[in-house]
Design a protein around this ligand. Structure first.
Ligand code: ADP
Ligand code: MG
Length: 595
């Protein structure tokens, strides 16, 4: 009878990234479950006792093994997954090194029971510390069961290294979470000391995420799918709101394999850069698929790292797919609150009834039943009364369908925040963050369409630079021009500044220019030019916004809200700070113990 499993020739095993894969119970679970997945199982059950130190049992309903194959599988470098050097470049299975089973068998007391599909009976092999003690026939369902008892019983040094049962069980749980997320089509059950920790039925990724990570996380995720010529990215990406302090909730998979890859993480962080504060990470479950020959998984024994043939292609594909996705998510552009229309004509209201609807328009600050409140926040002073039809004309908001324009403005707080009502929710909008986002998006649009609108300065200024700075300026003259700064040589290292971005014309443009040159000078390999340019636009936007308190007129507020509706990513400023916060009606009612 021929075997599926072959011992790899030595010249090939030398090319395989070798190393100890059995470090702790979680690594045993990883190797065994990956084998189940490679065996085509649709159901996998993992049971552990005492953090996996006493028992790890993994059962599957996959293809199983013949007796010969099962005996071979316990040999070093025995695998059914590759057979020649050439195969190393085309790995589509999770395993290929033929090392896991013999490594595990050498440090435990184990039972391998397996029945090949179509065979009438199964085989049970019992062994200890790498030695086979018994081989016999066993009646069982098709598939494979591996029991690993007393891990590291013969290597006390490694046993000592293990942590408490709870900690080890936690690692097993984390490992299984990644594996179960990678294959929502496979049923997974995890039992720890007789207690079922999770039972995940096969189904959609959303359901799998809810079963493993909880409903509160899954509710903040939005599906994405992007197919390129060779690459495709799909999965779920999270709201900026539900961010984390570490990358623990970035689950990334390449061709079905969980990876912790810096390039992928960088691409994700780049797309979220303007939505999250520094040091915060989004939640995302993303599957990248590439042709198998374009990715090398033979980099590290645990295969958590991969190497792409075309790194920048992969990076840019992920970043642009995610960015596009983020721009289209419902929670990004506008929250799902029903927009209210203020067009009186549309509502068929008469002049008389419109007097009542005035109360609904964002321009009448009559919250306190006092029209003076409106005056204080800058409502046009010629408003004769809060019920006058002219006031309606004056105060009529722009006819946008947008969320922000639909808010009812209650007033301004500390000259820095707008207090608004949207539906039954109370919203606090940070004026500066809002202005910054709007300015940045406009700059970005101008920049990508050609160049940022500039304005000549009244008295061209001579700017002295250091040699280092001057060389940066010389090397990046065209980009500075695109950004709106027009500089000409003035002898030596001095330049003359003729024009500046229009939005900075009456602002601190010199400061902005200095910042930009510093930023360009420190531009290293960690950022692409695109990213650098965006960062520079953020700087300009940031300098263009007036700091401190500024009371806005009704029209200014209206214009700001309408502008927010017209730009993407309106929920956060370009530095990632939120533009608004919502206090829901239940929040308020709870505050007053009415709920
Ligand atoms: P690798 O997965 O790298 O091939 P392993 O030592 O993990 O090496 O497994 C050796 C071989 O044993 C596999 O190539 C596969 O043919 C077989 N095998 C292991 N586990 C299972 C399983 N659960 N079901 C069927 N075959 C298995
Ligand atoms: Mg394996």
């Amino acid at each position: 009878m021929s075997t599926r499993i072959k011992i790899l020739p030595e010249n090939l095993t030398n090319k395989i990234s070798a190393g100890e894969v059995v470090e702790r119970p979680a690594s045993v679970v990883k190797e065994l479950v990956e084998n189940c997945i490679d065996a085509g199982a649709s159901e996998i059950v993992v049971e552990i006792e005492s953090g996996g130190k006493r028992l790890i049992k993994v059962s599957d309903n996959g293809c199983g093994m013949s007796r010969e194959d099962a005996l071979l599988a316990l040999e070093r470098h025995a695998t059914s997954k590759i057979s020649s050097d050439d195969d190393l470049g085309f790995i589509s299975t999770l395993g290929f090194r033929g090392e896991a089973l013999p490594s595990i068998a050498s440090v435990s007391r184990w039972v391998l029971a397996t029945r090949e599909q179509g065979c009438i009976e199964g085989t049970e092999i019992y062994g200890e510390g790498g030695r086979i003690r018994d081989v016999k026939a066993r009646g069982m369902a098709e598939g494979t069961i591996i029991e690993v008892r007393n891990l590291f019983f013969n290597t006390p040094a490694r046993l000592k290294f293990l942590k408490s049962n709870e900690t080890e069980a936690g690692h097993v749980g984390d490992q299984l979470t990644r594996l179960a997320l990678s294959r929502p089509d496979v049923r997974f059950t995890y039992v720890n000391d007789g207690r079922t920790v999770f039972r995940a039925l096969n189904g959609a990724l959303e359901d799998r995420v809810a079963a493993l990570l909880g409903r509160s996380i899954s509710a903040g995720l939005y599906p994405l799918e992007c197919t390129g010529e060779e690459l495709s990215l799909k999965g779920l990406a999270g709201k900026p709101d539900s961010n984390r302090s570490s990358s623990s909730h970035l689950y990334t998979f390449v061709n079905g394999r969980f990876v912790r890859d810096r390039l992928i993480q960088h691409a994700i962080m780049q797309s979220y850069r303007q939505l999250l504060e520094r040091g915060r990470y989004p939640v995302a479950i993303l599957f990248l698929n590439t042709p198998v020959e374009d990715v090398d998984v033979n980099v590290h024994p645990t295969k958590h790292e991969v190497r792409f043939r075309n790194q920048s292609l992969v990076h840019d594909f992920i970043a642009s797919a995610l960015e596009k996705h983020l721009g289209s998510t419902p929670w990004m552009a506008k929250p799902a609150i029903k927009a209210v229309s203020y067009s009186h004509a549309e509502q068929g209201l008469t002049a008389e009834s419109s007097a009542i609807s005035v109360k609904e328009t964002p321009f009448v600050y009559d919250t306190f039943g006092d029209v003076r409140v409106a005056e204080q926040v800058g409502l046009p002073v010629d408003v004769p009364s809060k019920f006058a039809p002219q006031a309606v004309e004056e105060a009529k908001p722009l006819e946008t369908e947008g969320f922000f324009s639909s808010l009812r403005v209650i007033g301004q707080y500390l000259g820095a925040y707008l207090i608004c009502q949207g539906g039954d929710d109370l919203l606090i909008i940070d004026q500066h963050a809002a202005h910054e986002r709007v300015a940045f998006e406009r700059l970005r649009m101008d920049f990508s369409a050609g160049e940022v609108e500039s304005q000549g300065v009244l008295f061209p200024e001579v700017v002295e630079f250091t040699h280092g700075e001057a060389s940066v300026v010389d090397a990046h003259m065209p980009m500075l021009r695109k950004l709106g700064f027009h500089l000409d040589d003035f002898g030596g290292t001095a330049k003359v500044l003729n024009a500046v971005p229009r939005i900075l014309a009456s602002g601190p443009y010199m400061q902005a220019l200095r910042d930009i040159i510093e930023e360009v000078a420190s531009f290293g390999k960690s950022r692409t030019l695109d990213v650098l340019q965006e960062d520079l636009l953020v700087r300009i936007a940031c300098h263009s916004v007036i700091r401190g308190r500024s009371s806005l007129s009704g029209n200014e507020i209206n214009a700001l809200l309408a502008s927010l509706d017209s730009v993407p990513f309106a929920s956060n400023c370009p530095h990632g700070r939120p533009v608004y916060r919502t206090i829901t009606r239940p929040d308020v009612e709870k505050m007053f113990k009415r709920l």
